[in-house]
Write a protein that binds this ligand. Structure first.
Ligand code: FPP
Length: 234
């Protein structure tokens, strides 16, 4: 059994990591951003071709204004700072989620990173920003309904193959392994449709402490599992 081709991560625990150090929550998010680079680097040696990370959910707007605007600034800074390294390392970057509520400057940076890396193929890094699984399905359904209305889609042709073509992830394979850090055993609206057959790993480590070694150990554990997809082992 081979390792996971697509790993998705819910990067949780930045706030608690900072609180334990008597520092503001944003201090934890900055430490978390530094972790992202290490995990991105450890994908190719572990045979991972697709990495999808949950950076900001549709529910995260409920946090304080200070935290939300600090995170938005952090994303801008991260993209500006890491763009060249990612491009040169052969990483293709994509963003999923609803861009409508994000500020223009950030969206511009996201578009530009997507286009400068579009020919890369070593690793496909997808960053979920203002993403929610239900929101994604709702937006997909709206577009699908528009296609029916305009006569481009016959309702009789709508099946399990059709709907995912309207999702933000339409070009990506489904995740094989979903990891959540910080001890919470919830999926929090992440990749709901796509993770129907994924394996889940909930680890206690807070995201800023999540190392390349732990990532490697989880991918090896996956490789040693027996996956049957609802069938019977032969
Ligand atoms: C959850 O921890 C984390 C977030 C909502 C933000 C994730 C963002 C990063 C890891 C930073 C950078 C990401 C990129 C792509 C540059 P939490 O705040 O919910 O932690 P808590 O549960 O301990 O409060």
């Amino acid at each position: 059994m081979s390792g996971p081709r697509h790993v998705a991560i819910i990067m949780d625990g930045n706030g608690r990591w900072a609180q334990m150090r008597n520092r503001p929550r944003l201090f934890g998010h900055h430490a978390g951003a530094r972790r992202v680079r290490q995990i991105v680097e450890s994908c190719p040696p572990n045979g991972v071709k697709y990495l999808t990370i949950f950076a900001f959910s549709t529910e995260n707007w409920k946090r304080t204004q200070v935290e939300v605007s600090g995170l938005m600034k952090l994303f801008q800074r991260y993209i500006t700072k890491e763009a060249r390294t990612l491009a040169e390392a052969g990483v293709r970057v994509r963003f999923i989620g609803d861009r409508v509520r994000l500020n223009d400057k950030l969206v511009e940076l996201m578009d530009s990173l997507e286009s400068t890396t579009e020919k890369n193929n070593k690793l496909h890094l997808t960053i979920a920003l203002n993403y929610g699984g239900r929101d994604e399905v709702a937006r997909a359904t709206k577009r699908l309904a528009q296609d029916v209305k305009s006569g481009n889609l016959d309702p009789d042709d709508v099946d399990e193959e059709t709907l995912p073509k309207y999702l933000d992830t339409y070009v990506l394979p489904d995740p094989d392994l979903v990891i959540r850090t910080s001890g919470e055993a919830r999926i929090s609206n992440f990749l709901l449709w796509q993770s129907a057959y994924a394996e889940y790993e909930f680890v206690d480590t807070l995201w800023p402490d999540f190392t390349a070694e732990e990532f490697g150990a989880l991918t090896s554990k996956y490789a040693n599992r027996d996956r049957r997809f609802g069938g019977v082992k032969v």
